[in-house]
Structure formats: structure tokens, C-alpha cells
Design a binder for this molecule. Structure first.
Ligand code: SAH
Length: 250
């Protein structure tokens, strides 16, 4: 089984190794996040198995995906497990490999350009900058049930996220966006801190909304952004005004 990162969307961002394996596989097990342009490059006569994974619509539970990969490999097939971005960044790649190891199925991992890298580049936002950010945090806006209640809440390290001189990149954050902005302000981040939300970055469907922590949620709602969206918080977002180079023809 080859666990391959398909990058953030633009097929030109695939690694050479990813492309080569995509053209050699017998079966390709892929996620919703893999762009149609990337799927176009999978070997024409390979069997394609969609395993979904969008919010609220888990087409196949993770345990079943893990078992499926092992089963296909044990049938003697060359299996390509194609994932959006990088398999080891919020990609559950580790869990899929554990099951393969239990079944003694050999595997390799092929890194991909993660959304934070690809999307920030195409949005003209350097994640670090000598003057504005010496660190960068990748976090996932993960929802968790509150103790003793069924209400969902964000379980994040707000203190770490609120430090100055850093950039915070939030994966999967569209649902909790308003709460994230409020919590950061509560923890001392200026409400004027610039933020960008990028929809389908690196593709011709890329849309970018820039705002401040104070007015982000309203602007995102007004723009009607849909997943996948990546949120970037930090002074570096201001650089987009001069560095924005990618003009999708949407
Ligand atoms: N393994 C992937 C991340 C999976 S988590 C990677 O390394 O990129 C899924 C989240 O990634 C999405 O909810 C979204 O926040 C982000 N994402 C992935 N591709 C994106 C894209 N092209 N544009 C914006 N966000 C993207």
C-alpha cells in the first residue's frame, strides 16, 4: 500500500513520486479532499474507491477504511491510498498504517504539500516573516463534547494560540470560526489582528476572504464560503496586499 499525499488541489503540486505511483496502481482509495484535477491523473484502468470523509457525512468509518486497505493488498493488488495534502498532517495516515502493520502488509508513505503550505503560497501569505512571525502553529478546529453535556465545544490550547509573533493556521475550522475569533480576543489577541480564510486554495475555485478577528465571522458568512477552507491568523496576512500573485479565473 502506498499512502500518498495528493497535495492541496493544483495537480502541478503533486510530487513526482506521487504521480508515478498514481499511474502504476491497480486500485485507488481516495477521499473527498483530493481534487478532481488530481484524480484525472490516476491510471485510467485503475479501480477507484471513494471513501468520502466530509463533515457530517462519513461515507466509510475510519476502521473500515483501515481494513479495506489491508484486504485489497492481501488480494495482491497495488493499492494507492490517495489523500489530500500530506498524509501525516491531520490525515489519520498513522492509523491506516497501524492496521497494515497488524496484517503484515508492506507500505510506503509519500509526503504531499500540506494545505497550510500550498494554500498560503497561493494566497500570497508567507507563514513566517523576519519582522512578524518567528513561529507557525498548525491546529485543527476539532469539536469535542463538553463534560457532562452533549453540547459540542472547541478543545484548543488558547494560551498557546494567542502568543504574539506567530502565525496560526487552522484546519477544518469553518464551523467553529466565530468561537475561535472570540476566544483569541478573550485571550489577549488584538481584535484588529488580520485573518484570512481561503476556500479551495491552489485551485481555479480559490476564494480568499480577509478580515480582522472582530469581523471575520460575518464576512465569511456574507461571502458564502464552503469547505474545504483554511484559516490563517497573524500579522503576515497583511502581506497579501502586496504579495498576492495567483489570480484564479473563477
Ligand atoms: N492532510 C491534509 C489535511 C486534512 S484535514 C493536508 O495535509 O492538507 C482537512 C482540512 O484541510 C480541510 O477542512 C481544510 O481546512 C484543509 N484543506 C485541505 N485542502 C485545502 C484547500 N485546497 N483549501 C483550503 N483548505 C484546505
Amino acid at each position: 500500500v502506498f499512502l500518498v499525499g495528493g497535495g492541496p488541489g493544483d495537480p502541478d503540486l503533486l510530487t513526482f513520486r506521487a504521480l508515478r505511483l498514481m499511474q502504476q496502481c491497480d486500485v485507488c482509495v481516495y477521499d473527498k479532499l483530493v481534487s478532481p484535477e488530481v484524480m484525472e491523473l490516476v491510471r485510467r484502468d485503475a479501480e477507484l474507491i471513494f471513501v468520502g470523509k466530509s463533515r457530517d457525512q462519513h461515507t466509510m468509518p475510519q476502521e473500515e477504511i483501515n481494513e479495506l486497505l489491508a484486504k485489497l493488498a492481501l488480494q495482491g493488488k497495488r493499492v494507492l491510498r490517495l489523500k489530500g495534502g500530506d498524509p501525516f498532517i491531520f490525515g489519520r495516515g498513522g492509523e491506516e498504517i497501524e492496521t497494515l502493520m497488524q496484517h503484515k502488509v508492506p507500505f510506503q508513505v509519500v509526503p504531499g504539500i500540506t494545505a497550510a503550505n500550498g494554500v498560503s503560497s497561493y494566497a500570497g501569505i508567507p507563514l513566517t516573516h523576519r519582522d512578524y512571525a518567528q513561529a507557525c502553529l498548525f491546529i485543527t478546529g476539532h469539536l469535542k463534547a463538553k463534560a457532562g453535556s452533549s453540547e459540542l465545544t472547541l478543545d484548543l490550547d488558547w494560551v498557546a494560540m494567542s502568543r504574539p509573533q506567530q502565525t496560526v493556521v487552522i484546519y477544518m475550522g469553518l464551523v467553529g470560526l466565530k468561537e475561535i475569533c472570540e476566544k483569541l480576543i478573550e485571550h489577549g489577541v488584538p481584535s484588529t489582528m488580520p485573518v484570512a480564510v481561503v476556500q479551495q486554495g491552489t485551485t481555479q475555485r480559490q476564494k480568499v476572504v480577509t478580515a480582522t478577528l472582530a469581523d471575520l465571522a460575518d464576512k465569511v458568512t456574507a461571502a458564502g464560503l464552503k469547505p474545504p477552507c483554511l484559516t490563517i491568523v497573524g500579522e503576515v496576512v497583511r502581506l497579501r496586499e502586496t504579495l498576492n500573485w495567483f489570480k484564479p479565473n473563477n
